[in-house]
Design a binder for this molecule. Structure first.
Ligand code: HEC
Ligand code: HEC
Length: 271
């Protein structure tokens, strides 16, 4: 059956080549042809890399049903859904190429998603292009979000004297807005924790925010981005509308305090 299908493909393939070579059919490739050729070349390279490095978890078709995915918690992302957690775009929108690149390069702590530091830059570009062909959502222009500006880290964040008041303010905001899910001490233990699910129907417990490593990155700006844009598909909402930027930075100050009780090490240019 496979052999027969292959034979048919090969025959059709050689027929197409033969037709193309017939006298009178040859023409100089236009600029559009060149663009089309390089786009499909990128797609092919991306597909090859995806099958080699990603399919074992994310599945041959990108639907999250790879052979290693069985029993995995959290499950590998189903790319056919077009819903992404780690974005710099507002809740409900697709991530940018840079968001996908960051996730692939860094991996996702506290999950099975490895970091792919060894892929060459052009390989990451190809795999990102391929990943974006797995859901029709990428064709929908209205789904493409614009990056939500995060601004820069406030200077007080690395000033041990300055940060104290912001930590206290952050704790107050945490108790009202975050503790119901993350628990009073932010360790992920709460009354609702065991009932939270993601949109793919899998258990999705609230993160232990005192954990040594966070999924979306360890830096204050990463935590600020998560609080601002939310993690789509999971119960973690976006607080861009309900909390001011200052309140969100106060929360960051409170949360980094678990790992850096004596203040953040070094000035921001060192990090
Ligand atoms: C060993 C298993 C495994 C392999 C191999 C793997 N992933 Fe993942 N990946 C995961 C899991 C599990 C998640 C979900 C993590 C979560 O939801 O917290 C994930 C999530 C992701 C996400 C995050 C999507 C979002 O919601 O923002 C991206 C992007 C991604 N993977 C890309 C890739 C690419 C590209 C490759 C191959 C180069 C790859 N992964 C290989 C397990 C894997
Ligand atoms: C409705 C429940 C809910 C509320 C309210 C909530 N969170 Fe979350 N949060 C979650 C869940 C669930 C996750 C884990 C998502 C995942 O792993 O995919 C999460 C993840 C996070 C993460 C990412 C952790 C990581 O590993 O990168 C941060 C940071 C965070 N929450 C901060 C907050 C803050 C700050 C607030 C309050 C302003 C808050 N959350 C409110 C449910 C909630």
């Amino acid at each position: 059956m496979v052999v027969a299908t292959l034979l048919v493909c090969v025959t059709i393939g050689s027929l197409a080549v033969a037709l193309d070579r017939m006298p009178g059919r040859s023409r100089t490739p236009s600029a559009a042809d060149t663009v089309r050729a390089s786009v499909s070349d990128l797609h092919l390279r991306g597909r090859h890399l995806f099958q080699r490095h990603c399919a074992v978890c994310h599945g041959k078709w990108g639907d999250g049903r790879g052979e290693m995915a069985v029993g995995m918690r959290p499950r590998p992302r189903d790319f056919t859904s077009g819903i992404f957690k780690f974005r710099s775009t507002p809740s409900g929108y697709l991530p940018t190429d840079e968001d996908l690149r960051r996730t692939i390069r860094r991996g996702i702590a506290n999950s099975s998603m490895p970091s792919f530091g060894s892929l060459a830059e052009n390989e990451v570009v190809a795999v990102v292009a391929y990943l974006k062909s797995l859901s029709p959502r990428w064709e929908d222009r209205t789904a493409a979000g614009t990056v939500q500006p995060l601004g820069t880290e406030p200077l007080w964040l690395t000033d041990p004297a300055g940060i104290a008041g912001h930590r206290a303010a952050g704790e107050v905001t945490f108790v009202t807005h975050c503790a119901p899910c993350h628990g009073a001490t932010a360790n992920g233990v709460s009354a609702v924790a065991s009932s939270l699910e993601d949109i793919w129907g899998q258990p999705c417990p609230p993160a232990d925010l005192g954990s040594a490593s966070l999924k979306s990155g360890p830096e204050p700006i990463d935590i600020f981005r998560t609080i601002s844009t939310g993690l789509d598909g999971s119960p973690m909402p976006s607080f861009a509308e309900s909390l001011s930027a200052e309140q969100r930075w106060d929360l960051v100050a409170y949360l980094v305090g678990f790992r850096h009780p004596d203040g953040l090490p070094g000035a921001s240019e060192n990090r």
